[in-house]
Ligand binder design. Structure first.
Ligand code: GDP
Length: 484
């Protein structure tokens, strides 16, 4: 368990207030229930002339988490297929492109090749497998990321050539950037008459460049591939580009260790119990392995690939469906193979207790008021903001003012700026990225309000620019007092 000021006070026999005062003198604002890291606790004890030995009790969970430690030996690492997620504005062709890629490349299986939607699939290009996550859209992408599952290696941003960069395109770019994932643009619907003209293409290049995606043809570093999901034109160029980028990033994994990975989706299926689509990230998953995934555990009874074929093992970046878990895990939960069922049960049961406790405990998200403390506790490294405003001019004015406030201790990152109301998607991004949403002369949508309440995300609304900068300035300096 982490050390709170309270537990430290009990352990050292020093009044919590004295500790807090000393902490403040050391430049850290904290409260009695705040957790401080080991290093700071040791330093604090030293200030009172005591030596502190921090010993953390090892739990089954700690042992379990060892499974996710990076491979010890670099030579054990072998190239693995890249994992691709397709994002973009609604109706720009994400689903069609996913279908087209799947159809064009799936080898008919002996069983007749019934492709099922299991949440991901793999195709082969030039003898190299490429994995696609089958749930397009940045909500799913970022919901996964909120659980710490950064499964995506490359984002394909679909932009319809007849429509150009649209609001959700901008959002998708922000989500991909927040995840620090390389982006390839698929300029789709290029088959539509009169869209593949120099003037139209350069208009869209300009829109992309404005969003920080400078096309290679313009001397930038973002590949833009013309595609048509309808005719199949450019699809192999897209795959070739993905393969090149994957090679550039030298994606590797060790296939010879016990498997770890991520649940992409899961449900209860009649007659089969809990079925989960998982993506193996390290190691090789086999039938008979005991896994813990989220709050669930169990022995893998059966493994199926994306064409519904029964398989006996799955290696890195391979998507497959497993049955045998006792409860349905959430999308984005990690899984790992453990030695025996007893240990798996111990980890899963401890997690269930914790999930229950956590649901009761107060959620610790970032607000402008607690920013300074959270930074002192080293839980937050920057002030992440999402800025939505009524008009483009307001955004520019606000950003310009905010840039002036940034200091070395508190970097300010604008994750997303845009014209329009505050949407659910903004709240999801804020949740995944510990961000605060600033609405300038715009209101949140009802569903965004509900979700922000649930997730405890701070939405601050303003009508006057200097009030925005005033609050942020105070927050950055730790001077903002909560309104009562
Ligand atoms: P999504 O909302 O991004 O998943 O978009 P869909 O894949 O559902 O496509 C939206 C519409 O655009 C559908 O009517 C598709 O048939 C059409 N569409 C998708 N890709 C293309 C394309 O390359 N060319 C043309 N002409 N139509 C396309």
């Amino acid at each position: 368990a982490p050390i709170s000021v309270r537990t430290l006070s009990e352990a050292l026999g020093i009044k919590a207030n004295d500790l807090l005062r000393k902490l403040m003198a050391m430049g850290s604002m904290a409260t009695i229930n705040a957790n401080i890291d080991d290093e700071l606790a040791v330093m604090l004890a030293m200030e009172f002339g005591m030596t502190l030995d921090v010993v953390h009790e090892r739990t089954a969970e700690d042992d379990f988490m060892q499974a996710f430690a990076p491979a010890a030996e670099a030579d054990a690492l072998q190239p693995r297929p890249p994992v691709i997620t397709i994002l973009g504005h609604v109706d720009h062709g994400k689903t069609s492109l996913l279908d087209r890629i799947r159809k064009s490349k799936v080898v008919e299986s002996e069983s007749g090749g019934i492709t099922q939607h299991i949440g991901a699939y793999q195709v082969e290009y030039n003898g190299h497998p490429i994995t696609f996550v089958d749930t397009p859209g940045h909500e799913a992408f970022t919901a996964m990321r909120a659980r710490g599952a950064n499964v995506t290696d490359i984002v394909v941003l679909v932009v319809a050539a007849d429509d150009g960069v649209m609001p959700q395109t901008v959002e998708a770019i922000a989500h991909a950037k927040a995840a620090e994932v390389p982006i390839v643009v698929a300029l789709n619907k290029i088959d539509i008459p009169n869209v593949d003209t120099a003037a139209n293409v350069s208009k869209i290049f300009g829109e992309l460049a404005q969003q920080g995606l400078n096309p290679v043809e313009w001397g930038g570093d973002v590949e833009v591939v013309k595609t048509s999901a309808t005719t199949g034109l450019g699809v192999s160029d897209l795959l070739a580009t993905l393969e090149t980028i994957a090679e550039l990033h030298e994606l590797k994994a060790d296939p010879d260790r016990p498997a770890t990975g991520t649940c992409l989706e899961a449900s209860i299926s009649e007659g089969r119990g809990v079925v989960a689509t998982v993506l193996v990230r390290e190691g090789t998953l086999r039938v008979g392995d005991v896994v813990v995934c989220g709050d669930g555990y169990g022995r893998v009874r059966a493994l199926f690939d994306d064409q519904g074929r029964s398989i006996d093992k799955a290696g890195p970046s391979f998507p497959c469906e497993i049955s045998g878990l006792d409860v349905v895990p959430d999308a984005g939960e990690n899984f790992a193979v453990v030695d025996d069922v007893g240990r798996a049960r111990e980890v899963a049961e401890a997690r269930r207790l914790r999930t229950r406790d956590a649901a009761q405990a107060e959620r610790q998200t970032v607000t402008l008021e607690n920013l300074y403390n959270r930074m002192a506790e080293r839980k937050v490294k920057a002030l992440n903001l999402i800025v939505k405003a009524d008009v483009q001019g307001s955004i520019e004015a606000i950003i310009k003012e905010l840039e002036k406030l940034e200091n070395a201790e508190v970097p300010i990152r604008i994750l997303l700026k845009g014209v329009g109301g505050i949407s659910e998607s903004d709240v999801i991004l804020a949740d995944a990225s510990q961000a605060i949403i600033i609405g300038y002369r715009v209101a949140p949508e009802d569903r965004a309000i509900t979700m922000a309440d649930e997730k405890d995300i701070e939405i601050r609304r303003y009508d006057i620019i200097y009030q925005v900068t005033d609050d942020v300035k105070k927050a950055v300096e730790g001077m903002l007092v909560p309104e009562i």
